[in-house]
Design a protein around this ligand. Sequence first.
Ligand SMILES: Nc1ncnc2c1ncn2[C@@H]1O[C@H](COP(=O)(O)OP(=O)(O)OP(=O)(O)O)[C@@H](O)[C@H]1O
Ligand SMILES: [Mg+2]
Length: 222
Amino acid sequence: MPTIWTVTNLKPGTAKTTSAVWIAHGLHEAGHKVLLIGADPGGAKLKLAPELSDGMGSTERWNARARMPFEVISLATRDLHRTVPRLAADHDYVVIDSPPIEDHQGIAVSALRVADLAVIPVAPTTAEIDRMAPVLAVVEEVDALRAEPLPTCVLLNRCVTNAASTGEADRVLTAQGHRVLAARIPRLELFAQSHGAPVLAAGTAYEAATAELLALQAQGRA
Ligand SMILES: Nc1ncnc2c1ncn2[C@@H]1O[C@H](COP(=O)(O)OP(=O)(O)OP(=O)(O)O)[C@@H](O)[C@H]1O
Ligand SMILES: [Mg+2]
């Protein structure tokens, strides 16, 4: 059985796709057989300019421009909880790039139903921290549909180097009972410009985040 991680959040633009793709590369570079699933319906970002839409989701578009060294599929459906375990039977890890919960709740919830772990990328800003409550409310509802409660963790993301906001966000989220990864993803052009480009996670904060997630997953199994 594959281990399934969903990268999820309430809102668009919270680094879900960036994190899912970089973590999938981190897993691949650590020697695991990875399946990356783009579960955000195609062209969502182009609703103001539909004539420019290529019908692809962001993960699919990224993979079309720079072939990823593992399998990537688009599957923006509400029955991920039924299809993914079967589809990914030969893989070690599945990473799901979830759509924003508020835009596509059915798809995001089906990913939460099947996942072994939810990774929530959060920027150290008041607005994003405040949105953790509605995300967890959805996770709690989904727990009623699962055999076991879904473990979640926060990946602090788009952190300005040496800014006090990162530590402050860590303290606030930890005090609220969230599990905050020690690895922090800095706000960098390297990540901002990576959509559509080849990725090497080694040596970046995503390598550290992936190692931490693997350790967390191993603890959960123990
Ligand atoms: N660590 C980072 N540093 C700088 N920019 C970043 C970082 N992570 C993500 N970004 C940028 O933030 C924007 C949003 O990221 P991304 O597309 O991954 O978010 P998303 O949550 O998948 O959005 P959507 O819900 O619209 O699909 C992108 O322009 C991306 O390049
Ligand atoms: Mg996205």
